[in-house]
Design a protein. Sequence first.
Lengths: 345, 352
Amino acid sequence: MALMKVKFDLKKRVKLAQMLWLMYWFSIMAGVLVFSMGLFFKIELRKRSELMDNNESHFVPNILIGVGLLACFLNASGGKICYDSLDSTKFVKWKTVLKPFLICCLFFNFLLIVTAVMCFAMRIPLEFTLAEGLKNGMKYYKDTDTPGRCYMKRTLDLMQMEFRCCGNNNYKDWFEIQWVSNRYLDFSSKEVKDRISSNVDGKYLMDGVPFSCCNPSSPRPCIQQQITNNSAHYSYDHYTEDLNIWKRGCRDALVSYYGGMMNTIGILVLMVTLLQIAVMIGLQYVNTSLSTLVNPEDPESESEGWILEKTVKETFTDIMAKMKAMGKGSQVDEGANEEAVATVS
Amino acid sequence: MVLLKIKFPFQKRVRLAQGLWLLSWVAMFSGAITFAMGVFLKTELHRRSEVMHSMDIHIVPNLLMAVGLASVGINICAGKVCQDSLDPTRFPRWKMFLPPFFCFSVFLTSLLLVAMILSFALQPSLEESLKIGLKNGIRFYKDTDTPGRCFQKETIDRLQIEFQCCGNTNYRDWFEVQWISSRYLDFTSKEVKDRVRSNVDGRYLLDGVPFSCCNPASPRPCIQYSLLDNSAHYNYEYQSEELNLYNRGCRQALVSYYMGLMNTIGPCVLFDFLLQMTILVSLRYLQTAMEGVIGQENVEIETEGYILEKGVKETLLETKEKMKKLLQFARVGDASAVTPDTEPEADKPATA
């Protein structure tokens, strides 16, 4: 019992081939879309690689780029096959290639599904990389004279302004590191000496944040220094003040930015997978309908098309039997060789 | 003397019609692109309308949008005329329509040139409008509790951050206004009282700027307050310090941004203008060449095409005469309406 058998006359075959050719063009464009999304994602990761400690994994965008290119190639071949299927002389050369081509398409569709799942799952390692990278970035904020790290201040400032965030988890992260370089500290002043002697490592810690944490929507000019000291500013209570500086942490902001991007890309890859499965089934119908012509000489005769020649279960048992036979065949060969060796020796 | 006469055998006519039909499609897209660029420019101007005092500069995107839309219509008509010109039975119905169509199209297309010229000529007006707008914005920066002005602070802060600029002409503009609201000043403190008393208007002026003037590229944490006091900060000299704040004024930043936009749009508009004029000239040749074919038995004869039947001077004189006649008829029509029994012919020698 064939799976989903359909009768085909010439008109129906021609219509199927034409529709399938059009769908292959859409699939080529979808492949280009996947490729460009992989490229875009790669560029976005590269842009902020300083904040990820140059440690981020480019595995997912690379796979997307590869899959996009492969999709373009497979769909172009499929389109050519469809185009030739309308002419029986041209189609003959494709007949032998078609079955392995369809199996390739099947594996490719599995690869697409795996890619989509990986897009969704990449959020977790990205979160860890970002946490580590941001912590180190903040540590090197003050090192604007150290080669290799001199742009960290600018990168962090621009990132905090663009993503509207402050610090790693929140603004208090800035209180735990020295973000003012020693070059700009007057070590003869009492205040500086007090602060340095107040902690074990001799760091200049203060309850202040850089200007890039300031929120422009605040009704009052930004309070960056002595944030936790209510008496230092007129009419100020840092417990109730929530518009002064950004409340969100940069790790959260970046993870949701990249997470949103990856979710969109994952959904698009799933839709492309559906399109690919549809064209694969269409091609199988074209293949079977052209190989079961009632009268092989007459191109206008009727034929039948199906997805699988037998039912799913039978096809599966067939494949298992074939693989067992192949395995036994090699074993028998080895046994025959051993006997031959034994008899010779 | 006919202006720019060209002989048109049948094949040349057909090829002209076909080429023109194709070109009219290209010009239609070009017109749509001009419209889109007008929309883009208008959106960009509208986004910063809070710091602009007058809307004079909006005439440039308005012209671009109007002409872009009109040229789509003109080119559709031109394409239709081309299609019909290959069929001599269908062409005569365009006879009455084409002369006013040409005048109208030439006028509209010349508006493109006008838009380009205006985009350069209105630059001083734009600069003046920004000067006043920014001055007001900086003055009302502190009024975050006054309805209607409560978003000035956020607008100016975001503008300074995005365009990397500070103040109107430069950062010293902030020293001349009170940009800290009185709500956040402790009037019992000596420092505040001193500052308020130091000037006639009783304003709290200080040599400090808002945080949005800070330059992230500076190697040291931003110095916003006591900018002119070298001793207030360690290892600081305001005369040689360049990277601490943005050096550019916002007026200059915005003017160069908009001029840059219009300089990019300029060549595209010029290309559209040239394309449109080419189409109109070719259509005129096609019309005059086809007019020679109308009424003839053999459609494949050779005809002549020209731009103007007589020379430029003679055509202008003729047009003037036509206008005069029309006006006279209108005047005489009025007179005959007032005195219905008097003959218009008898009136004429009396008025002449």
